[in-house]
Each structure stands twice: as structure tokens, then as C-alpha cells.
Ligand binder design. Sequence first.
Ligand code: CMP
Length: 139
Amino acid sequence: MTERTFSIIKPDATRRNLTGKINAVIEEAGLRIVAQRRVKLTDAQAKKFYEVHAERPFYGELVEQMTAEPVVVQVLEGDNAVLKYREVMGATNPDNADEGTIRKLFALSIGENSVHGSDSLENAGIEIAQFFKDEEIVG
Ligand code: CMP
């Protein structure tokens, strides 16, 4: 089934000029980038985006890291895009990520793990709507 998922290339990656290399891995996996914008998240945007983690001990640091440098927000489209992108990203903690995954290749730590991807189709819809209007997504 063709799905859309939401992707963020995080500050640790934009800082190291890795946007193109990360998107090459995404495209090689057969996912299409159908919307894209480089943006510096505000404190309010990052807090809202990661609201589900508000009670976690790493929340403050996460918001700080996500607002430190620009990010690239993207919509990816393809067959089973949600699950496929999670496979392409690899485990949240790069120490546990499989060879060839984005996080194994590029992540620095669990906090600075280079990319975010939606964890379900429902959340993909919510996250996409936070950053893109329908007419900005061109498949
Ligand atoms: P992400 O997929 O963007 O979702 C939440 C983020 O919190 C996660 O990637 C990590 O970058 C960050 N994080 C920091 N510490 C932890 C932790 N102990 N467990 C899970 N996520 C963490």
C-alpha cells in the first residue's frame, strides 16, 4: 500500500553537511521525497512535536538539540513507507542499529541520532500536518 511518512533530518546531521548523503540512502531504498523544507525549529514547535515525551528525562535536552541548528522536514512516499523508513533509519540508539542504516552510518548517539521518522501511519498524518499543507506535497 502506498503510504506517506514524516522525516526530519536533525541538527547533528545538517551541521555536518549530511543532508544529501542521508537523502541518497532514503532514495536508494525506493522512497520518494514528495515535500521538503529547511527550517530552524522554534522552542514551541519542538516542544509540541515531541509532546509525547514531555515527561521523559531527556525531553529538555531533546528540545534543546532540535532547536540548536536547522533541520530538514520532509514527507516520504512509497510502498509501506512508515515501516520501510523505520527500517532505513535503524534503531533509535545507533549502537543497536543494523549495518547500512542511516543511524549506523551517521548517528553520533541516541540523542544526536541524525533522523526522525513517524512510528505509525496515524502519527505520520499528524506530524505531516504540523509542517505541510496538502498543496505543498507533490507526489
Ligand atoms: P526520535 O525518533 O526523534 O524520537 C524521540 C527522540 O528522543 C529520539 O529519536 C532520540 O533522539 C531522543 N532520545 C534521547 N534519549 C532517548 C532515550 N533514552 N530513549 C529514546 N529516545 C531518546
